[in-house]
Design a protein around this ligand. Structure first.
Ligand code: PMP
Length: 391
């Protein structure tokens, strides 16, 4: 038997993947499964982006780029950050990564010593727990609570800061709750981060997926924050490019110069032609993004209303991302039991809220990155299945 390194204990497989495997197994047995568990857009990548990649390969753009990413993409990202997020970055302050997943890894690896504490939302995409653990850092959870509209509770956050706290993770719009943190929350966070000299790791991967007038604000755009913020973003969600593996980190030069060394040893650079397609995404795909946002908004509205119509279920109307975090506490089942019940009895794959941290217990996450028609069918099946459970 091969003996893995002890640190591998810190890297469990994600429960979301386990759910996907269970659902796929049932599907193989002939069951009709509605997939509302995955955080993957159901749209194809916009044609203009695909064409840019074909053209790039045809022109022979098939070699390594700079470790930092191609100068053209870094420039396009800096321009995008100025245009959309009102932050002035030089291209030298951008690192092109293999998605936000890699950006997270590089930031944690570059800045956290064993024993350093990192403040992490609960519930959250669990990479923010497992990656710090892998490096011996200590994730300290702060709660996002439904009664607080899943906004960050500043009093609790303050109480968790110790001399060992080095980094603060925020994710807005957030996975799994879909919450967009308000300007007021971000301003208070900025003040706290400055007072305690924290590095802020801001995951903005869902930034363009906002609805009903919700406004995405980049914390690095607030006064004094660019100096201490690593903004992570990527193309997976907003441009429907999860398989292309492209993202970026934006931060002051000395941060980027450290992160690139981690990136260099794992990946060398992102794919050359994928980077070129990324420029087209930033410069030409906004109309496609807005079409997708319109459709997500329509699905969100339906799903929220349908869930709140089911006796015993309730949920907030999330301002962003493509998730609804529904409260199922009244059924007296754990969120894992509920996800299993819905899969087995109704053929609906969801994710147990507990897969995102202890505060997710009592909730299930439903994704509306799935066709409108399938959502309608899924909500009807869920209503029936839960009515049987109530009896
Ligand atoms: N951040 C969050 C909050 C996510 O939900 C996800 C995907 N589930 C990622 C990052 C991963 O992004 P990427 O595909 O760019 O690695």
């Amino acid at each position: 038997m091969v003996q893995t390194a002890a640190r591998m204990e810190m890297l469990p497989f994600s429960e979301i993947r386990l759910m996907l495997e269970k659902a796929t197994q049932l599907q193989k047995q002939g069951k009709d499964i509605i997939h509302i568990e995955i955080g993957r857009p159901d749209f194809d990548t916009p044609q203009v982006i695909k064409q840019a990649a074909y053209d790039s390969i045809a022109r022979g753009n098939v070699f390594y780029t700079s470790n930092y990413g191609s100068p053209e993409l870094r420039k396009a990202v800096a321009e995008k950050l100025q245009r959309d997020n009102h932050i002035a970055y030089e291209p030298e302050e951008i690192l092109v990564t293999i998605g936000v997943g890699e950006g997270t890894y590089a930031a944690v690896a570059a800045f956290l010593e064993p024993g350093d504490e990192i403040l992490v939302p609960n519930p959250i995409w669990l990479n923010y727990i497992h990656v710090p653990n892998f490096f011996g850092a200590v994730p300290v959870s702060y709660d996002l609570k439904e009664e607080n509209d899943f906004q960050i509770d500043m009093e609790q956050l303050k109480s968790l800061i110790t001399p060992k706290t080095k980094m603060l993770v925020i994710n807005t719009p957030g996975n799994p709750t879909g919450t967009v943190q308000s300007r007021e929350t971000l301003e208070a966070l900025a003040k706290l981060a400055t007072q305690h000299d924290l590095i802020v790791l801001s995951d903005e991967i869902y930034e363009k997926l906002v609805y009903g007038g919700a406004e995405h604000i980049s914390i690095a755009s607030l006064p004094g924050m660019k100096e201490r913020t690593i903004t992570l973003n990527g193309f997976s969600k907003c441009y429907s490019m999860t398989g292309w593996r492209l993202g970026y980190a934006a931060a002051p030069r000395e941060f980027i110069q450290a992160m690139v060394r981690v990136h260099h040893y794992i990946n060398t650079c992102a794919s050359s032609f994928v980077q070129e397609a990324g420029i087209t995404a930033l410069e030409k795909a906004e109309p496609d993004v807005q079409e997708m946002v319109k459709e997500y908004a329509r699905r969100r509205d339906y799903m929220v209303q349908a869930l709140n119509d089911i006796p015993g279920v309730h949920c907030k109307t999330p301002g962003g991302a493509f998730y609804v975090f529904a409260n199922i506490k009244s059924f007296g089942l754990s969120s894992n039991e509920m996800a299993d019940y819905l899969l087995e009895q109704a053929g609906i794959a969801t994710v147990a809220g507990s897969a995102f941290g202890t505060q997710g217990e009592g909730y299930i996450r439903l994704s509306y990155a799935c066709s409108y028609e399938r959502i309608v069918e899924g909500m009807a099946r869920m209503k029936d299945a839960l009515a049987r459970l109530k009896k």
